[in-house]
Design a protein around this ligand. Structure first.
Ligand code: SF4
Length: 203
């Protein structure tokens, strides 16, 4: 894609992308999920936020970050003076990977081959939205964007460059904050906001 699409063209291209990922069976995840979940937000956003994959609620609703982790993302953005509508929020993998425990569908981390299989869909989204920078939430997103294994805890809170020279800020996925030590939650929250603030200064 050589020229920047107009807003209408970009919205249409993203709609078509959603249809194509819905039909995609390039890895086994497409068969078991309810539907694909592509990104949403400003079609010409300056910042693209990339997570790992849709969760149970996202899979059912067909929208990214609408579960508990999405609630934390919204809260963090609000504290920084941002709304999600100003950004484009998506995932590295477009179908929900899970294992059944009884009737519950428990999140399962996507395998590297699944992240790789899905990568061209993420690149399509990037080519349509053309953000100036990325926020990678967690190791899967960081690896998908930077093309290498990323040690999130030691590489968080600073800019990295992807193969195309695009800036990528690495930080934790908000679900890690939900799982963390309750005694450390306030400090973990403050550290996460400090990371995000590098890409999203208060406004
Ligand atoms: S997860 Fe990605 S590559 Fe796998 S089937 Fe879904 S859209 Fe296709």
């Amino acid at each position: 894609m050589t020229r920047r699409l107009s807003r209408d063209e970009a919205a249409q291209a993203l709609g078509e992308l959603r249809g194509e990922t819905d039909r995609c069976r390039e890895c086994p995840l497409g068969e078991r999920a309810t539907q694909s979940v592509c990104g949403e937000g400003a079609v010409h956003a300056k910042i693209m936020v990339v997570g790992e994959q849709p969760g149970d609620r996202e899979d059912l609703q067909g929208r990214p970050f609408v579960g508990p982790a999405g609630g934390l993302l919204d809260r963090g953005l609000a504290e920084l003076g941002w709304s999600r509508e100003a950004l484009y929020v998506t995932n590295a993998v477009k179908h929900f990977k899970y294992e059944l425990r009884g009737k519950r569908r428990m999140h399962k981390t996507p395998a590297q081959r699944e992240i790789e299989a899905c990568h061209h869909w993420l690149e399509r989204e990037i080519a349509i939205v053309r953000p100036a920078a990325f926020i990678a939430l967690g190791a899967t997103a960081a690896r998908a964007l930077l093309g290498r294994r990323v040690a999130v805890l030691s590489e968080r809170g600073r800019w990295h460059e992807d193969a195309a020279g695009r800036p990528v800020l690495v930080t934790l996925h908000p679900s890690a904050l939900l799982r963390g030590d309750p005694q450390q939650r306030d400090a973990a929250w403050a550290a996460w906001l400090a990371d995000l603030r590098i890409a999203l200064p208060p406004r």
